[in-house]
Write a protein that binds this ligand. Structure first.
Ligand SMILES: C[S@@+](CC[C@H](N)C(=O)[O-])C[C@H]1O[C@@H](n2cnc3c(N)ncnc32)[C@H](O)[C@@H]1O
Length: 322
């Protein structure tokens, strides 16, 4: 596939000559107490959000990070795991592995708690991960999977699913776009590699994850990312791209379909102390309960006048039931 080679070439260049404008956003970078992120890692931040969440990182998880870039998020993961080989970084581009290795040396000099051997760097492809089945608790990728076309995207997600333990978490950040992009944009290998023209609508992106078997999906954040303007890109209309942070959990698939949390809540405001739908959802009077989209639809279908369902915030941060 030539677009995969174009991608490798582009990131080979980005490893040799850090490109601050490449694929990164202006989101503030996590600086936690005692965590210093070397400037070079910030300059090589080629992601579009964050995949590092303290609540995923309990009980000494084994972490896999695919597409290492300058290594910033691996350092942030290591901040929580702090053990030899706690974080495995996989990248297909030798020069990127070499650059991140140098950056971890710099991080070690600036962070007394950090040791280079907390991170194990491996050459490998997202489409054929060099890891055993069911061997990691948390797998992450930032701004890589949006580059893949459908066949490769399905394969990359299936690989993450394979290496995760049961109930393991795939944490991702990627651009999404609700507008249709024309074929010229879609087929432009460089724009795709730059994370500008491969993105899917959010619901299609979610479906790729649930098709792979992930039973629970959390949409944790959605933000403005880029516009593609006519005259600057091969498009007649202005295209607006957002970035999302998503966690796909390797929970068994419920019989009635996946639980997708997009930040909806149900609020019962009737006369009783609570409303019990008999399906495991107890709504206390005037207390919002986070619900997945499936439950939100089922509650709405009851047609009650005393239950309010909020719109999706795309900012789900735990709790509630599906
Ligand atoms: C857009 S950059 C993102 C880097 C990093 N995740 C970040 O947030 O800064 C994509 C990364 O994926 C790597 N990469 C490209 N194709 C890959 C593949 N097929 N398998 C593994 N890594 C790949 C690139 O070398 C680069 O490090």
């Amino acid at each position: 596939m030539s677009y995969l080679n174009t991608t490798k070439d582009l990131y080979r260049e980005a490893a040799l000559t850090p490109d601050v404008g490449l694929c990164c956003t202006t989101n503030p970078v996590w600086e936690l107490p005692g965590l210093k992120i070397p400037k070079i890692m910030q300059e090589m931040n080629y992601g579009c959000g964050s995949t590092v969440n303290a609540r995923d990182l309990v009980n000494n998880p084994k972490i896999l990070y695919v597409g290492v870039g300058g290594g910033m998020e691996l350092l942030q993961f290591a901040y929580f795991s702090r053990q030899k080989g706690g974080v495995t970084g996989v990248d297909v581009v030798d020069e990127m592995l070499e650059a991140s290795r140098r950056n971890f040396k710099e991080a070690e000099a600036q962070n007394p708690w950090f040791s280079r051997d907390f991170v194990d760097l491996k050459k490998g492809d997202a489409l054929n991960l060099p890891l055993e089945d069911a061997s990691v608790d948390v797998a992450a990728q930032n701004c890589l999977f949006n580059i893949f076309k459908e066949k490769e995207l399905r394969q990359a997600i299936a690989e993450m699913y394979r290496v995760l333990k049961p109930h393991g978490r795939l944490v991702m950040s990627d651009p999404v776009c609700e507008q249709e992009m024309n074929t010229t944009l879609r087929e432009d290998e460089r724009l795709r590699a730059l994370c500008l023209s491969g993105s899917l609508p959010l619901q299609e992106y979610i479906k790729m994850l649930t098709d792979a078997g992930f039973g629970t999906i959390e949409i944790r954040a959605k933000r403005p990312y880029r516009v593609l303007a006519p005259g600057q890109y091969p498009t007649d209309e202005l295209i607006y791209i957002e970035s999302v942070e998503v966690c796909a959990i390797k929970d068994p698939m419920p019989e009635d379909g996946p639980c997708v949390f997009t930040g909806k809540a149900a609020i019962y405001f009737g006369d009783d102390e609570y409303f019990d739908d008999g399906q495991g959802h107890v709504l206390l009077q005037n207390q919002p309960l986070a619900v997945c989209d499936k439950t939100a639809a089922a509650l709405e279908a009851l047609g009650r006048k005393d239950i309010f369902i909020s719109p999706s915030t795309y900012h789900y941060d735990g709790g509630g039931c599906c």
